[in-house]
Design a protein around this ligand. Structure first.
Ligand code: MIC
Ligand code: SF4
Length: 755
């Protein structure tokens, strides 16, 4: 039986009425995305049609999911909201804080010791506030959510950008910062700008080496890392129906890499099969009863151009396996062109590691297809040239894969089976020799490959591809190897060819698990106490940020002008820093240390205008703070791309940065800045980025009349005594301006609670 089946039935029972109301206001056939959004309006039935890309709308999500690295901050905020219980079903998943090194058992034991304080905190807060808790080792949040909580037509938010994975089961699932999760758990509406809609029509059928991963790698190549910003991507067509449910999850998962708000698929038989095999026949039956509402109206898919803002068509029958990278997930290279591209660009072709796992590709089907390649390698006498690491997505997947001999096959190939956790995907990987910073190549089935992400080495060239291609390339040890056409020499000197992968969408004998790792919360948590030691270096209770002083901001110093890609990994690095995610002051010591300084091309080396000396960004910022001088951060396009981590907004806020001025923002990061009471601004004229000079003192004018759709003025006082005025835009609505004035959204919740 499914968790929270009553909630799901209640949502479904409202669908008919809500869709009828939506049809009336929209007066046209509806896409699936619109149906789900209109069925979840905070105010109930739709009273007006919303303008895509313009209207801010209040929604009522059905559930909240949080992972350990972001849950700490989300729950530290929630603890101040004064609620006895989370207002909607919510869960916490311990998956980010487990470092891969020796193998599952030892690594898990070590992590439990090292992070016991944090795990205990999360377990007791969950227990107190009615939140389901998934222990370390239970699996990666998005795989566990897909297996247990996702349901067609639902709306959920999660404090992780890959929450979107649940689109594979027909949800609208959206990644947010912890402050948004805190609002929803506190029983408040959740606001989102009504998204634009991109339709992706899939025709044909996958065959040979091509997989679901190749669909999204191709889409990423077409749309790039910012092409999906502000949009929901809705997949449809007979090709969509031919994909497995977890394959759909893979596609939706990596929608985060094109900046999409989320991605989704209409309810179909693959989803029904998945629901039934994961012990949720009750959800499948309930969904079948309102099937017509869980996909778009037929007119929409018959004439997509008329209903979507943009339409892309991909023929699965023609899809070639590909690899994206290095350093960015949208650099698309079909496998047949890899050798040429690698030599042209100087990418090392000797592959050191093949890693299979992450929330993107760690399903039973993924492991079974990769294992079919591993098995052939053994049978055909091939010796693996690279090292192999596997992180199963959940204990249920691991247990079943073990029972069915898949893990044994990998082990026969000398693979290390790591914990059911994020591991190398988020830099939780103690890779031997990484500190030597040698130039090297790895291939993995993850979703992100930003510099330093997996092992902290800036010279690791990481390529994203499907699990089966990871297996083939790791066996060959050669980035240019194309299993479709090339042969390999086996240990007897014979040329052998790998056959295309085979695998099981779902385990033939069904899923099995002994202990899935779930801990139900206390029915009445009022007597559960949550302790945070004042001397802890891992956890720190939050102090409210100061309210806006009521004047324009004058005399700000430029802290850093970041050059090029500046993702949340650059702003608040993960890996070794994950341990401070519950301690704002300690984690602030990683603020912007990965951002490249425009003026000297170095990282973590900026000018302190007070002394004229260069030093690390956090120390420089602390010096300004000590002198009570505000600062500003300037950035390039798609600033804050990647993760949902609100630390990337809270750290600058905590250390006294007053504004972030960029060419464009990634959605979640922009919202996180607003929530924390920061000013997030964009250049009206992008070339004005060039006018910012290293020794500038900067004023932001117009704040006393701060209002929606009204640009602000920035004055640049250059060191030579000249000054220039530029116009900057913002996207704050009236409520968000209140957050700014109050010093952060949480201050308003606190205030309301006190009244
Ligand atoms: C990631 O993949 O970057 C993470 C780590 O899962 C983040 C969340 C975090 O920073 O904790 C994400 O994608 O939101
Ligand atoms: Fe974990 Fe990686 Fe997925 Fe983020 S992308 S949730 S780090 S597995």
């Amino acid at each position: 039986m499914a968790f929270d089946i009553d909630m799901i039935k209640k949502v479904y029972s409202q669908y008919d009425e809500r869709i009828t109301a939506a049809r009336q206001v929209e007066n046209k056939p509806l896409t699936l995305s619109e149906k789900i959004l209109y069925a979840h309006l905070w105010n109930g039935n739709a009273a007006e049609a919303y303008e895509r890309g313009k209207s801010y709308v209040d929604f009522a999500p059905d559930r909240v999911a949080m992972q350990d690295a972001t849950a700490q901050m989300a729950l530290l905020q929630f603890m101040q909201a004064g609620r006895p219980q989370a207002a909607v079903p919510s869960t916490v998943h311990c998956d980010h804080l487990i470092q891969a090194r020796d193998g599952a058992e030892q690594d898990l034991t070590r992590a439990k010791q090292e992070s016991s304080e944090v795990f205990n905190f999360l377990s007791s807060v969950s227990n107190k506030y009615g939140i389901g808790f998934w222990k370390p080792g239970a699996g990666i949040i998005h795989q566990v959510v897909l297996e247990n909580y996702a349901f067609p037509g639902g709306l959920m938010i999660g404090t992780d950008s890959h929450t979107v994975n649940a689109g594979g089961l027909g949800m609208v699932a959206i990644g947010v910062g912890g402050a948004d999760a805190c609002d929803v758990m506190a029983g408040l509406p959740w606001e989102l700008k009504f998204p634009k809609l991109i339709g992706v029509k899939l025709t044909g059928k996958l065959s040979g080496w091509a997989s679901a991963k190749d669909v999204i790698l191709k889409v990423a190549g077409i749309l790039t890392v910012k092409g999906g910003t502000g949009c929901i991507v809705e997949y449809f067509g007979d090709g969509a129906e031919s994909l497995s449910c977890t394959g759909k999850g893979t596609i939706c998962n990596m929608g985060a890499e094109i900046g999409a708000t989320t991605s989704t698929f209409g309810y179909d038989e693959s989803m029904e099969r998945y629901l039934r095999s994961t012990d949720r026949a009750d959800v499948a039956d309930a969904a079948n009863a309102i099937k017509q509402h869980l996909t778009a109206d037929a007119e929409v898919y018959a004439d997509p151009e008329a209903y979507f803002d943009q339409v892309i068509e991909i023929n699965l029958s023609e899809l070639e396996p590909s690899l994206n990278g290095p350093f960015t997930p949208d650099l698309y290279t079909p496998i047949s062109r890899m050798r040429e591209e690698a030599s042209k660009n100087g990418w090392p072709t000797k592959v050191e590691w093949g890693l299979i796992g992450s929330c993107t590709n760690s399903s039973y089907e993924d492991l079974s297809r990769a294992a079919s390649i591993a098995k052939q390698a053994i049978e055909k006498g091939l010796v693996t040239q690279a090292e192999f690491g596997i992180n199963p997505g959940s204990e249920q997947v691991r247990y079943t894969a073990d029972r069915d001999g898949l893990l044994k096959t990998f082990e026969d190939l000398n693979a290390t089976i790591f914990t059911n956790a994020c591991g190398p995907c988020i830099g939780m990987w103690d890779r031997a020799g990484a500190d030597q910073q040698e130039k090297n190549t790895i291939v993995h089935s993850f979703n992100r490959n930003f510099a330093k992400r997996a092992d902290g080495n800036p010279n690791t060239y990481a390529f994203v591809t499907s699990p089966e291609i990871v297996a083939a390339i790791a066996i060959s040890g050669d980035l240019g190897f194309n299993p479709v056409t090339d042969t390999l020499t086996n240990k007897d000197g014979v040329q052998v060819k790998l056959d295309p992968p085979t695998g099981d969408e779902l385990p033939a004998k069904g899923f099995a698990v002994e202990d899935a790792g779930y801990q139900a919360p206390a029915t009445d948590g009022s007597s559960v106490s949550v302790e945070v030691s004042p001397t802890s270096d891992r956890l720190q209770l939050l102090e409210p940020f100061a309210a806006w002083e009521g004047t324009d901001l004058k005399g700000l110093k430029l802290l850093i002008k970041a050059k090029g890609k500046c993702t949340t990994d650059h702003i608040s690095m993960a890996g070794p820093w994950l341990k401070y995610r519950g301690h704002l002051d300690n984690i602030s010591n990683n603020m912007l240390i990965g951002a490249v300084n425009f003026y000297n091309d170095k990282t973590d080396f900026v000018k302190n205008q007070l002394t004229g000396e260069y030093g690390p960004v956090p120390a420089t910022q602390r010096a300004y703070k000590a002198s009570d001088i505000g600062t500003i951060v300037v950035g390039d396009e798609n600033y804050g791309e990647g993760s949902s981590r609100e630390h990337a907004a809270m750290e600058p806020r905590h250390l006294g940065v007053r504004a972030v001025l960029v060419k464009s923002f990634a959605r979640i990061h922009e919202t996180n800045l607003k929530k924390q009471g920061m000013l997030g601004l964009t250049f009206v004229n992008k070339d004005d980025y060039d006018k910012i000079l290293e020794n500038d003192t900067i004023d932001i004018l117009g704040l006393t009349e701060f209002s929606p759709n009204k640009p602000l003025t920035v004055v640049l006082h250059h060191a030579d005594g000249s000054s220039e005025e530029i116009l900057v835009n913002h996207t704050y609505n009236a409520q968000q301006i209140e957050w700014f004035k109050a010093g952060g959204a949480l201050n308003i919740i606190r205030r309301n609670q006190a009244n």
